[in-house]
Ligand binder design. Sequence first.
Ligand code: G6P
Length: 608
Amino acid sequence: MCGIFGYMGRKNALPLLVEGLRRLEYRGYDSTGVAINNGEGIVTHKTVGKVTDLKEILPDHIEGTTGIAHTRWATHGGVTQVNTHPHASSDGAVHLVHNGIIENFRHLRRHLSTSGIECVSETDSEVLVQLIAQELASGSTPLQSVQTTLKRVRGTWGVCIMFRDHDELICARNGSPLIIGQGQNEMFVSSDPHPLTSHTQRVIYLDDGDIAVLTPTSINMTSSVKGRSVEPNVTVLEEAWSESELGDAPHYMHKEIYEQPDALRQCIAGRVDREMGTGRLGGMRLGHETLMQAPHVRLLGCGTANIAAEIGQMLIEKMARIPAVTHISSEFRNNDPVINPKALYLAVSQSGETADTISAVKEIKLKGGQVFGVVNVVGSTIARLCGQGVYIHSGPEQSVASTKAFTNMVAALTVFATQLGRTRHLSKEQGRDIIDHLQQTPHLMEKYFENEGPLHEAVDLLAAAKSVLFLGRGLSASVAREGALKLMELAYIPCLAYPAGEMKHGPIALLEKGSPVVVIAPNDHLKEKTLSALHECKARGAKIILIHDEGDSIAEEGDVSIAVPANHPYLTPLLTVLPLQLLAYHTALRLGRDVDRPRNLAKSVTVE
Ligand code: G6P
């Protein structure tokens, strides 16, 4: 989703801003622009399209060592050059980039109009820059102008503001992430850590209500929440979070799919105790008492994270025998949920910045609940809000379609379920068996990648389909959901995922001769029942793409059968999802789609 990058220092700003934008590209966007203060005025260039399109219209050189830049993912107003950020005030004194949504912008726009200031764009963001300029013109300092303006607006913001006549950048946060990178006589501003790591490891995460005034050598912060100035809290980023480069891989998604065995090793290393048959998630800070007394577990997430949470929910019920429920984050707060302070709430998120999940976390905390993050990005908002939890250690995930974060979320939740299970119903032997198989899983993933099966035959069927049905039971019903989500996101083919038993209650109406149906049927206690649904599809002329365990005679039932190595019945999703990721990837390529940046989607969805 929208990305902010800002620079102030001694170097020429333009190449740094363009490089910053390039590193924000993975978040998903539709237009982009830069503004640079050249000492005499502010030069702005913006365009609809990609950073490469912007590069084409940029001059080779723009003088100036202070600048702001933005990638926009349209919310208010169409994808046009005028709506692209940076936005400027009518008098040219203030330029701004904004992430988030200003809810009362219509009212503020009318108010500006009555005082003779007409907004030129359709965006909600422009009112901010006009209001700040109005304050500035009335004699306020830049900081006072920003403070007064932010008191008048309702909504969410991460903003970076540049002034024509003042040598400072001001940034502020409320609900949309913003990070300051502190270099040697230079400052960077970014909406996530990716663009910062090549410049500095020293970062300051802004909290909601923070406003920071930056010069190349100083940071002055105030907090509207605390009502006073605050000391910047510097965090040193871990080396491991350095920029992920594509290397020889054709796409980030390809790279990340094949990184899964190593990512999984990273995720479970040091977190399992084979001897005791249990998990050891230190960051959860879970005492025996808390685990013993928890009446239930509720998990939250969006998109792929929600599906990983659903698998976690089933594993918790299987191993710990306590009720677990998964919620779609965006539905959670609106339904005024009842929060039990003894229950365990898990917020699952790759980016740790998904606005819907952040709202859910805040709702739980407000009502006295304890929330644990299951998060990939270190230092992200959800990780910091929860203050406890487990980092899934996937390393940077750049492709919009989540792959290695999914398998690591499932693995981390498996370890958690084992830990919870061992305080209750899971025996040491059962726990050990699961851990042994989990530790073997990276190797089994590698084994699958050595022989991926007839993927291209399956792609022939999928690429020509009007719609695709995905079926599975139990854990595999969730894998079916993930397979459908991936194919839909990447190939833009309508996909439907159903628990196999429910297929006859509706989706069967869609089947025609030749309709592809993807069936996930590992060799577990549900396989025979899944087979009935498969036969019902076949009887109506459907073509079956079957994902099954290696060596299982069920292979004969598929029109295209793809085998994965057999695993513990609780761990089958970690293998059956791999061919589904590859099918989505290859089908998207066959149809000429941009696999790393699918249309309309964003990697990190920072608005509700
Ligand atoms: C977006 C992405 C999905 C992702 C979801 C949740 O919709 O396109 O790939 O699963 O957000 O993101 P999170 O960062 O919270 O896991």
